[in-house]
Design a protein around this ligand. Sequence first.
Ligand code: SF4
Ligand code: SF4
Length: 110
Amino acid sequence: MQIKRFKKKIRYYLNKKHIEWENACKKCGLCCYEKEHTSHGIIINLKKPCTYLNIETKECTIYLKRFNIYNKCAKMTVFHAFFSRYLPKTCGYIQKYRKWQIFSFPHLND
Ligand code: SF4
Ligand code: SF4
């Protein structure tokens, strides 16, 4: 009985953390465009969205199956939240997890 209750609590906690993690995303879609290295740093090319991005809603059209369908889709991790140079400074994960601003962030290019 005790173990059942413990498992239930763990499941509840993990589910809560998962929801918090997903909610950090502002659904801006900016991480779903091609990035280019230039002499000014990394640029997000707004003319080149991922094939699976709905540019009207800014949502991924294959979200739940994205890692199975598109092998170039990179999973957002805590490591990315802290260190990725490819995310815009407006990204919800950057704003939540990276309080310091020592890295350069990509510019937008449309
Ligand atoms: S497959 Fe990945 S990169 Fe493409 S739109 Fe979906 S989440 Fe973005
Ligand atoms: S750039 Fe950040 S906030 Fe915007 S969709 Fe990507 S992960 Fe979410």
